[in-house]
Design a protein around this ligand. Sequence first.
Ligand code: MUC
Ligand code: MG
Length: 371
Amino acid sequence: MELRIEHIESWLVDIPTIRPHKLSMATMGCQTLTIVRITFADGVVGWGEATTIGGLSYGPESPEGIKSAIDTYLAPLLKGKSFNGLTPFAALMNRHVKGNTFAKSALETAFLDAQGKLLTLPVSTLLGGAKSTSLPVLWTLASGDTAKDIEEGKRLLAEGRHNSFKLKIGAKALADDLRHTQAIKQALGPDVSIRVDVNQAWDAGTAVRGMAALQDIGIDLVEQPVAQWDHRTLIQLSQRFTLPILADEAVANAHDGYALAAQGFTGAYALKIAKAGGPAQVLKLAHVATAAGVALYGGTMLEGSLGTLASLHAWSTLDLAWGSEMFGPLLLKDDIIATPLNFANGQVALPNGPGLGIEIDEDKLRFYQRK
Ligand code: MUC
Ligand code: MG
């Protein structure tokens, strides 16, 4: 089987969020999805998405930069070439384009979507095969207001949509964040798992005090307490506290995962297709982590349904000890797929149709496309 690439198009799609989403480095009122479509010689098309958070405040690629990398460099490189599978496709991109893993992730997703449609197999099968047809999904309480977060958490528990939550802290002083976290933990009760994501906001001293207090409050997991580059403190914290650490910004790919584990990190890694360069590339990190005894968590860049699905197909082949946070589509007021994903009972169902298993609503795409 050879897949010949005829055409690659990309769009910036701006969709408002259902409420402000406050992280330590940005407050989001809108999410921008960079959507890509690859058309192959026999007319089969594949769709992909690359999405980041807060422009350039979270990661090194902006939505506009991702689109530019695709249009200016990656599309001309790939156009007219034939591939017998994903390995040579990814190798060609990596040979000629350094970094830009978000852009590569969108293209890898689109390639897999098309290959799956051609072979009438779901992307999960191309990635090794799904072990489960639904995956656990938490929700992030991040309105910026403690009372609103409690109300939102209680409503989602009552609806049965989610049974664990992540809180975004780090923008405020430690004492304020601890009050906020404790109030939510108490209000939602001992059976509800609460994790926090500090998004790199603490220095080493604050992190030691913060970890000790969060452990007392009964928090289950602390995500990326210190700066991305500060591996030494991250490793020391992971060894000093029984409260586990989830490495997010500090670990993008298999090389990072190997280095952190080899230096003594214990805990878990947040896998994200965008950090690694796609749904197949991120599995390399997952396998390194598993070999090192590091637990797995399915992470999001708050993607819409396309990026969320690409991730879910990859996560379905793994054992995720900490579940996932693939709730991105629920944070957006609307989406560009014809049938929304099904979230219920703390789980999201994995479609089993060919490719990603969904159809794009092209009218919606045009409606939300940046003009
Ligand atoms: C992050 O750093 O984990 C994931 C969930 C959420 O609310 O924000 C993202 C980013
Ligand atoms: Mg995080």
